[in-house]
Design a protein around this ligand. Structure first.
Ligand code: BG6
Length: 504
């Protein structure tokens, strides 16, 4: 295996920040949906940060594309004011911004129109075939295939072109398959980057290091020592201005199909032979294939759907989901809890409880690995021992905590206490954590597919999610209301409590 220049081992005593950015060759990125929410909040700020760290050379081009008519100056202003609005804790540096804005350009195009101005777009791009060209499609997925074809017909797809597809990729297996097939007519699979931004998060990447860089965990990482696993992605926000998209999607499609299943795969997969994209993705695919389908017989007892009602968030009253999306009625779930099973040797009999919701008490994403009790207590029957637990806090307050039983020091009897080995990022690292999109965008430019989803992975995840949807429809699964600011409906607690377990 050739050495990977990106992988370095540091001394434990070394407390310096070692962020070093490998500069990339000049490239051009064309952002469809260039004035949209994602571009303004995430993509352009991410590119700006990479530019400030000297990773992006000044000869690169960033072309925003959308329907509205704008001059280049107006576009620069749009991006600047969005940056100031959304990235308040890292103010713009005027000098760097001045240089960065020279990279920005804008082109107005109605991609759905027959006479779409692809030629005009061509005039904004390099004449050379050699430069890496990235088409970032931050637009509704039903446009992915048409835009790809439009680009091809206009001769804009060079041998060095890549396309980035934002999630959600379709709304079910069939639509995902169609989109993938449409895009595949233009781009080879190894030039298609399907984004799940959770994979760009520091703590999610750390899962691979934690699991496969340490011998300690592996012998315990199975049904022999693990009782169950919980994966939670809770948000305190509501659906904000995304009501029209969200009401057609719901929590299962918006969060479980991608982010939660990716966390599950990284937690449960076998060790890949290397970190090469296909080695990692093949192992993740095996987990998805081993997920037990939920059926009309099991879906009632193993899933809960909820929707937030009026309540409080951060001590302020907040309105219900229906008011947020401006609907009189809606059966869309903003919360879902699922008891999943992976039917393979390693995970036989170990339930994996998944939970995600909007308007929960706080924003927390974490993976809790609950170990089994010791087989026999030498401390006597009346002494309660808490089984070990490992908590991988994905965000915020990134940390890994391993809860152990410890003797409290001091004279007298033997007093036991449960305390964590506490590895917080804040105490150990001084480095700024780049936003997930910073890492992912530069990986696209560098041609590194490891943190992107392969076609078969996405389609397999849809198959599992589709079965849940179909079963919900078949059994007319009820929608439980929960007051905004609470940890989902009571039924979500019943789901796990009925197994004599509780949410961490
Ligand atoms: C997106 C979902 O993919 O992830 C949103 O569409 C959700 O509904 C968001 O709010 C959560 O991402 P993060 O990085 O804030 O946890």
């Amino acid at each position: 295996m050739a050495p990977n220049p990106d992988i370095v081992h540091l001394k434990s005593s070394d407390s310096e920040s070692h962020s070093s950015f490998v500069p990339v060759e000049p490239f051009e990125i064309i952002v469809f949906g260039g004035t949209g929410d994602l571009a303004r909040r995430k993509l352009l700020p991410a590119l700006y940060h990479r530019f400030c760290d000297n990773q992006i050379p000044g000869k690169s081009r960033i072309v925003g594309v959308s329907r509205s008519q704008k001059s280049q100056d107006e576009y620069v202003e749009t991006i600047k004011s969005a940056y100031n609005e959304f990235s308040g804790d890292e103010p713009l540096d005027p000098a760097s911004w001045g240089k960065f804005s020279n990279l920005l350009d804008y082109h107005s195009i109605d991609v759905g129109a027959k006479d779409a101005d692809w030629k005009g777009l061509q005039s904004k791009l390099s004449k050379s075939d050699k430069i890496t060209r990235v088409f970032y499609l931050a637009v509704p997925p039903f446009l992915y295939a048409d835009i790809s074809q439009g680009l091809k017909d206009a001769g804009l797809v060079t041998p060095n072109s890549r396309v980035v597809l934002e999630k959600p990729l379709g709304t079910d297996y069939e639509s995902a398959r169609e989109i993938n097939a449409g895009v595949a007519k233009v781009f080879e699979e190894n030039n298609i980057y399907r984004i799940d931004h959770y994979l760009g998060k520091e703590t999610v990447q750390n899962l691979l290091v934690l699991r496969f860089g340490n011998i300690l965990l592996e012998p315990l990482w199975s049904h022999s020592a693990i009782d169950h696993i919980q994966i939670t992605a809770a948000e305190n926000i509501g659906v904000g201005g995304r009501g029209s998209y969200y009401d057609g999607a719901g929590a299962l499609r918006d969060m479980v199909q991608n982010h939660l299943l990716q966390l599950l795969c990284l937690t449960a997969m076998e060790a890949p032979a290397s970190l090469d994209a296909d080695d990692v993705r093949t192992e993740k695919l095996k987990v998805l294939r081993a997920l037990r389908p939920l059926t009309a017989e099991t879906v009632k007892s193993e899933t809960v759907r909820g929707q937030y009602a009026r309540g409080r968030s951060n001590d302020e009253p907040v309105q219900d989901y229906l008011t947020d999306v401006g609907a009189d009625e809606s059966a869309t779930e903003t919360f879902v809890a699922i008891k999943a099973h992976i039917d393979n040797w390693r995970w036989a009999g170990v339930p994996i409880y998944l939970r995600t919701g909007k308007r929960m008490p706080e924003r927390v994403s974490e993976i809790v690995v609950q170990f089994k009790s010791v087989p026999h207590s030498v401390f006597g029957r009346d002494t309660q021992l808490n089984p070990n637990r490992m908590v991988i806090r994905v965000q915020p307050d990134e940390a890994v905590r391993l809860w152990l039983e410890i003797k409290e020091p001091g004279a007298g009897g033997l007093r036991l206490k449960t305390l964590p080995l506490n590895l917080t990022y804040a105490d150990n690292f001084t480095v700024r954590y780049p936003d997930a999109y910073e890492r992912l965008l530069m990986d696209v430019v560098r041609g590194n597919l490891s943190l992107f989803m392969r076609r078969d992975e996405v389609e397999e995840a849809w198959k599992w999610v589709d079965q849940i949807h179909a079963a919900w429809v078949q059994v007319e699964q009820s929608l439980e209301l929960y007051p905004a600011g609470q940890a989902g409906p009571r039924e979500a607690h019943d789901l796990i409590n009925s197994d004599q377990r509780e949410w961490a």
